[in-house]
Design a binder for this molecule. Structure first.
Ligand SMILES: [Zn+2]
Length: 415
């Protein structure tokens, strides 16, 4: 059977219909809906506005914790973290007692839509801004004749390991700086170049939230950044791509009235009151500390014994700024998490608050210009945009409880 004759595939119990045009799903990292609203209202995203008028624009619920890896893993599989097993960037491995980065593919517990599309004969390209995502989620794509590379390390891409040689010359641009808006724009430019040259027809393009961490929606830096994204979205529209756009999480300012970060140091407070025998893990922790100083809106508490668990949970809930505390079983149920990949307690905080471990664990000096971060309940709702209007059954689904990790489903099946 020729690959062109494959019009559908199934993965993780869901069926995906393949349109004849190229499919492009974009995850605009950290894209709270305000960024789109403000940019569109100021005339800076004309092509994206056109896309949403012709197709669909609405809000969807992301996965918690509202972190990058958690939601990208959910998006590329169509499954919640309870199934993917990716419940943070960072976790305490119960087998070894070590705190480890979830940066290798063995942590992912189910196959991806990308590898399945590649098996079905589609020319798959998985392009990320951050190298960390490529390594966790890109596994298997290259061995199936697909491509997987990051703008962060595009100069290291080669056929054996990334499915592409001379990527920079194909894209027509040199590697961007990772701490920049260009790192994201480059991902879209790369995707558009691959479609233009007939090298890919099923793409997942995942950006980085450096700009959203640093700039509020109304700042000129944000507007110029979204305008540059819009140029590339327009380029993909002109290539007749079927486009789905969502975000992994939103973004909120997390500062006190004086502009300093509004942090609750959970491990300090708990050790002072309950003694040693506990450890706080910040699952937002990743190599990109300039973004957030490892401060997010959710932490896990690991206890040496569970005798004090209820007292600790009550104490945490009594603190101003802490909004939700769940034990392991309740976290698994309410937050759709994998019980063996989380702490004894999961702690979430308010919209303008972050939770941390101890002051020495977080270098606030890297956070020039105030802290904007994510990870909790208030960064859970994100936009979804589709270039084609929804059919009747997906219109009904869209007014129910659609998820950001339904984006491939909506993009492939919704029209
Ligand atoms: Zn993110």
């Amino acid at each position: 059977m020729s690959s062109d004759s494959v019009t559908a595939f199934e993965v993780n119990g869901r069926n995906y219909q393949l349109p004849s045009q190229p499919v492009v799903v974009i995850c605009i990292d950290g894209c709270a809906d305000e960024y789109l609203s403000v940019s569109m209202a100021q005339g800076r995203m004309p092509r994206t506005l056109e896309l949403s008028r012709q197709g669909y624009r609405g809000m969807v619920r992301g996965a918690l914790p509202s972190f990058t890896n958690v939601n990208n893993a959910a998006i590329v599989t169509g499954m919640p973290p309870s199934v993917t097993g990716i419940c943070g960037n960072f976790f305490l491995n119960p087998d070894t007692g070590e705190e480890v980065m979830m940066n290798s593919p063995e942590y992912l517990r189910c196959p991806t839509i990308l590898t399945t599309a590649a098996k079905a004969g589609r020319k798959v390209a998985f392009i990320t801004a951050k190298e960390k995502l490529r390594t966790v989620l890109g596994d298997g794509v290259v061995s199936l004749n697909g491509m997987a590379f990051s703008s962060e390390k595009v100069d290291e891409a080669c056929a054996d390991t990334h499915g592409v040689d001379n990527a920079e010359s194909i894209i027509g641009k040199q590697k961007p700086e990772i701490y920049s808006g260009d790192a994201s724009v480059y991902v879209l430019e790369a995707g558009a170049a691959l479609v233009e040259q007939g090298k890919a027809n099923f793409l997942y393009l995942s950006l980085t939230d450096f700009m959203q961490h640093k700039h509020a929606p109304e700042e000129e830096e944000s507007l110029a950044f979204y305008q540059a994204l819009d140029d590339q979205i327009g380029r993909l529209l002109d290539l007749n791509c079927v486009i789905g756009i969502t975000a992994d999480h939103g973004m909120n300012a997390k500062n006190k009235g004086d502009g300093s970060p509004n942090v609750i140091y959970v491990e300090c407070l708990l050790k002072e009151k309950f003694g040693d025998g506990l450890r706080v893990i910040c699952p937002i922790t990743d190599p990109y500390v300039v973004h957030h100083g490892a401060l997010g809106a959710l932490v896990m508490v690991h206890l040496d014994n569970l005798e004090q668990q209820a007292a600790i949970a009550d104490y945490l809930m009594s603190l101003n700024g802490i909004t939700e505390v769940y034990d392991r079983a309740m976290s698994a149920k309410k937050l759709e998490l994998a019980e063996d990949r989380i702490g004894d307690l999961t702690v979430l905080c308010g919209r303008n608050v972050v939770v941390g471990r101890t002051p020495p664990d977080h270098d606030l000096s890297v956070l020039k210009g105030g802290l904007r971060s994510h990870g909790g309940r208030y960064e859970e709702m994100v936009p979804m945009l589709l270039s084609r209007p929804l059919n009747e059954s997906y219109s009904a689904k869209a007014v129910g409880d659609p998820r950001n990790f339904d984006i491939f489903d909506f993009t492939c099946n919704g029209a």
